[in-house]
Each structure stands twice: as C-alpha cells, then as structure tokens.
Design a protein around this ligand. Structure first.
Ligand code: AMP
Length: 201
C-alpha cells in the first residue's frame, strides 16, 4: 500500500499515519521529522526555514525522501506524512512512485491553533502530549519513557499562521491532482483511526 495523508497542522495526520503504518506494517515517512534530523552544513538553514513556517526547497526534500524510500523498511509500502506539499512536489513524486490512495483529514484553522500551540513532544521517544487535552502525569516529563517534553520551535501562533497559509495556498491544491477520501478529524483518535481503516478497506 502506498498512501499519502494530507491535513492541516494539528489534524492528527502524524498520529494516524503512525497507527495505520503499525497496523499494516508500512513505513511511516514524516518529511518534517526527516528534516528535523538533518545534521551538518544544511542544519542551520533548514532550522531557520522551519522555525518561520516556510517550506524548504523541493530538491532537498525530494533527495531526502528518495533515500528513505529506497530503504528496506519501506519495501512493504509507505505512508507519506507532510509530502507532497505543493504541485511541484506532486510532479516530482510521480517520477519516483505511484500512489494508491490519498486520505485527507480535515479540521478548522481555529482547532488547529488550539491543538498545535498546546502540543509538547518527547525528545527521546517522540510521543506527543498536549497541555490542554493530553497532559503528562508530571509536567514536562514523558509518561512513556521519562524523556523531556519540549515545544517545537514552529509550534507558536506566528509560525503556525504562516504554516496554515502555506497549507491553504499550496498544499490543498494537491488534492485536485488525486482522488482522495475525506475524514473528519474533529473526533477522538480512535474514532478517526476507525474511519481511516474503513475507507482503506
Ligand atoms: P511538519 O512536521 O509536517 O509540520 O513540517 C514541519 C516543517 O518542515 C514545515 O513547516 C516545513 O518547513 C518543513 N517541511 C516538511 N515537509 C516538507 C515538504 N514536503 N516540503 C517542504 N518543506 C517541508
């Protein structure tokens, strides 16, 4: 299965992509996570672009993605989370792989702001908490592994508004290029997950 998950920031597409990938033995590819892992000469430039909520260059992201897709863990299929983000990336993806299904998870901008600005990520295991809706037992400490919880640099309202603008102006357009199924993201994680499994089968 080769899937793309599309949705505004905070729609839960990362969480759902992870769960669906686990269920079907697929490789979950978050381009945001891949970029956060960039080291060396490119790191400072990538960090700056991301912290301002802009998109990094298409060539760089495609190079990183190609490397990941050719790894053994992606042999059974994959879920792209955060890619493609504009029409140029859709065209570049066509050269690399075909796609079976596109799942759109929708929420309003106001819901996105509420969810994203309260988000806290574990630096060690990546588990995601929320200061409003999924508080850790001890403030700043991950329930799963004891790691430190931090707020991503781009999870503040200024950067988020920019990211939402890019989403509406560029990313939403990619939905015109695929046949997609829309899932309402304004529900519990398990309800949304159930709905995605339904539309995939
Ligand atoms: P995300 O974790 O998906 O919210 O992505 C965080 C940031 O990484 C975005 O705001 C962009 O700066 C960058 N990014 C992630 N995926 C892409 C992509 N496909 N193309 C360009 N920039 C990306």
């Amino acid at each position: 299965m080769k899937l793309i998950f599309v949705g505004p920031q905070g729609s839960g597409k990362g969480t759902q992509a992870k769960k669906v990938a686990e269920k079907f033995g697929l490789c979950h590819i978050s381009t945001g996570d891949l970029l956060r892992g960039v080291t060396g000469d490119l790191k400072s430039e990538v960090d700056l672009v991301m912290s301002e909520g802009r998109l990094v260059g298409d060539d760089l992201i495609v190079k990183i993605l190609k490397e990941k897709l050719s790894s053994e863990e992606c042999e059974k299929g994959f879920i792209l989370d955060g890619f493609p983000r504009n029409l140029a990336q859709v065209d570049m993806l066509k050269e690399i792989s075909d796609i079976d299904k596109v799942v759109e998870i929708s929420i309003s901008d106001e819901e996105s702001v509420k969810r994203v600005c309260g988000r806290r990520n574990c630096v060690k295991c990546g588990e995601i908490f929320n200061v409003y809706s999924k508080k850790p037992l001890i403030e700043g400490v991950c329930d799963s592994c004891g790691g430190e919880l931090i707020q991503r640099k781009d999870d503040n309202e200024t950067a988020l508004r920019e990211r939402l603008k890019v989403y509406h102006e560029e990313t939403e357009e990619i939905l015109n290029r695929y046949t997609s199924v829309k899932v309402d993201g304004n529900r519990s994680i398990e309800e949304v997950f159930g709905n995605i499994i339904e539309v995939l089968s």
